[in-house]
Design a protein around this ligand. Structure first.
Ligand SMILES: [Zn+2]
Length: 97
């Protein structure tokens, strides 16, 4: 028979979001959202993420590394402009629901 007791745990939750380049704090309605003139703050989060994994030959062990960069819309526009200047043809995929 298992018995249980109540415990109090502390955990980290996201408190605020700042742009990693200009340090501006997000200003959206929801944590991590960015208000812009073209986006009526709803799930407008900008994070560039890179993850890589290395596994052993038999895939039973390995390691991974992740990198995340949070950006405000202004800094993201500059990064996007740079990426496009290098010849990448990237654009938004529109969807309606
Ligand atoms: Zn910024």
């Amino acid at each position: 028979m298992k018995t249980y007791k109540e415990v109090t745990e502390t955990r980290k939750t996201q408190d605020k979001l700042f742009c990693d380049i200009c340090k501006k704090e997000s200003n959206g309605r929801y944590l991590g959202d960015w208000l812009t003139s073209s986006v009526n703050s709803f799930d407008n989060e900008i994070t560039i993420k890179h993850s890589k994994r290395e596994v052993t030959y038999f895939y039973d062990t390995g390691s991974s590394d992740e990198l995340e960069v949070d950006l405000c819309p202004d800094c993201f526009s500059e990064v996007l402009e740079f990426i496009r200047s290098k010849g990448a043809k990237v654009d938004y995929v529109h969807a309606e629901w």
